[in-house]
Design a protein around this ligand. Structure first.
Ligand code: KG4
Ligand code: ZN
Length: 342
């Protein structure tokens, strides 16, 4: 799949093919990341600087602080990515950066760093939609090709997407309130787990009985989701234990059971109704053990199931570089602006 992209400074055509090296920068939320990927699927370096320690004390991401930390980290991750791959800027065929959706001040740092590198080395700039990058995480080290149904679950999004081709992706369902990762983080906070609570809640759920409390599954029709009812019901359940010992593990396990079965049912329904035979899990919450287990159980019905390797589930730049190679609906203009929402 050869593509022609123009360099930023002198507007020269550059062919992007299986041997092309793309360096990408990701800074949409609280990870500053840089990676170099060959041909969209082979990762030569992957560096992630996490800000979790900084935001932990606030219980969530503070956008202005996050943007400042990206500024401090961006040159460091770029240098480290070159070093890990044993390459310099002259060897890179194109520079990619996430342009949205995400926190505007944060996106500006990574996108402008990528544009600057592209200008300095006179190579093309490829602007990437963060959601396509999460999908692309599934192409690393695999032979995945569209069409497929994707379940994209992260801190900011919960979507079922029909990925028809590298240029056409249709969102057929999404959350009408909280994203799955957001619901995990809020419930985790409620029961006293530190930010980001999602992975900690997942771990604790292993110690509990998933059927100890019956929590309400999402009642929204079709492929859309809602998690606010479940969040309120969990809050009420926690309050009912006031003055008593909280059965933490059982609450976590019951919450996880409720979320994972809602996601499983909607995805299975989409696969059956839309007639696809491949399903892809993506986004930070794709790291969740029970959601992974349930989605992989779709193999029993003959579906081909993909989920990213754990290190490519949460935000990273390898997936951005992969998306820059694979997807056709990219933003390749020097004038492209960052955007906060889809
Ligand atoms: O994709 P990501 O790194 O950032 C966004 O684009 O939002 O996703 C981060 C989200 C956080 O809400 C985090 O709590 C959640 O992914 N997460 C998990 C797990 N690992 C990460 N949620 C549930 N179980 C996990 N194992
Ligand atoms: Zn993300």
């Amino acid at each position: 799949m050869n593509k022609i992209k123009n360099t930023l400074f002198s507007n020269k055509p550059v062919t992007i093919d299986e041997n092309s090296l793309i360096m990408a920068i990701e800074s949409s939320c609280d990870e500053t990341a840089c990676a170099i990927v060959k041909g969209g699927r082979e990762v030569l370096s992957n560096v992630v600087a996490s800000q979790i320690k900084t935001h932990e004390k606030f219980g969530g991401v503070i956008p202005e602080i996050a943007a400042r930390e990206h500024l401090e980290a961006v040159n460091v991750v770029v240098e480290e990515a070159f070093k890990q791959a044993g390459l310099n800027g002259n060897k890179i065929d194109a520079f990619a950066g996430t342009v949205g959706p995400g926190l505007v001040g944060c996106l500006l740092v990574g996108m402008n760093a990528a544009k600057t590198l592209a200008l300095a080395y006179d190579k093309p700039f490829i602007g990437i939609n963060h959601l396509n990058a999460h999908l692309a995480a599934n192409f690393i080290d695999t032979d995945l090709k569209p069409p497929f149904i994707a379940l994209l679950v992260s801190g900011g999004h919960t979507q079922i997407i029909e990925v028809k081709s590298y240029s056409e992706q249709n969102i057929i369902g999404e959350t009408i309130d909280d994203a799955v990762g957001e619901a995990y983080d809020k419930v985790a906070r409620l029961i006293g787990l530190p930010y980001p609570g999602g992975p900690k809640l997942d771990k604790m759920a292993h110690e509990g009985n998933p059927f100890s409390f019956k929590l309400p599954e999402c009642k929204v029709d079709g492929y859309n989701f809602s998690f606010s009812g479940l969040k309120t019901a969990t809050l009420r359940l926690v309050k009912s234990f006031e003055g008593k010992d909280l059965p933490l593990a059982d609450i976590c396990a019951s919450f996880q059971e409720c979320v994972s079965s809602t996601l499983y049912k909607k995805v299975k329904h989409a696969l059956e109704e839309k007639g696809y035979n491949q399903v892809v899990l993506a986004g930070g919450v794709a790291a969740n053990s029970e959601i992974r287990r349930k989605i992989f159980s779709l193999q029993d019905f003959g579906y081909k199931v993909f989920a990213p390797q754990m290190k490519y589930c949460t935000d990273n730049a390898a997936m951005v570089a992969s998306a820059a190679f694979l997807f056709d609906n990219t933003f390749d203009n020097i004038d492209v602006e960052v955007f906060s929402r889809v």
